[in-house]
Design a protein. Structure first.
Length: 151
């Protein structure tokens, strides 16, 4: 993870240097009548730089998370629920079904899970009444909640 962040930081610095080289080149080749066009191109280049910085921040945030890509299917649920997620390291994971008031209705999993992509299947036939529920996946100090409906 440290390697990824340092690589991202180096790419961001490189993008900034290239950006300022283009701005300097635009200034050297500008006449008095082109000053408005040059200002607009500088603003668009700076805007592009800011968008790239935001992308770098999002990538760094995703690599820092313990639990990613949580999916609960098939929705609506009839007899079986599948929870799919990715863990960045081994962790204790708790998967619970909550009603609309936040009360725990069903505990699907409570135990240690290895790092990597996980695909856990659970039988829900006869355990949940029709309605709207929330599947809460907890790993470490992180929690992800997904809405499901049962028919």
């Amino acid at each position: 993870m440290k390697f990824e962040l340092s690589k991202i930081a180096r790419l961001s610095i490189l993008n900034t240097l290239v950006l300022w080289m283009f701005i300097g080149f635009a200034q050297a080749n500008t006449t008095q009548s082109d000053s408005t066009k040059s200002l607009l191109s500088k603003q668009s280049l700076i805007s592009a730089k800011n968008r790239n910085a935001n992308r770098v921040a999002v990538i760094a945030e995703e690599t820092d998370k313990l639990i990613n890509n949580v999916k609960v299917y098939y929705n609506p649920i009839a007899d079986q629920v599948t929870v799919n997620f990715k863990l960045s390291k081994n962790s204790h994971v708790s998967i619970k079904v909550m009603d609309a008031l936040g009360n725990e209705v069903l505990s699907l999993h409570n135990g240690d899970v290895d790092a990597g992509t996980q695909n856990l299947n659970f039988d829900s036939s006869g355990k949940l009444k029709e309605g709207i529920y929330f599947v809460r996946v907890m790993a470490g100090s992180e929690t992800v909640v997904k809405r499901i409906s049962v028919r």
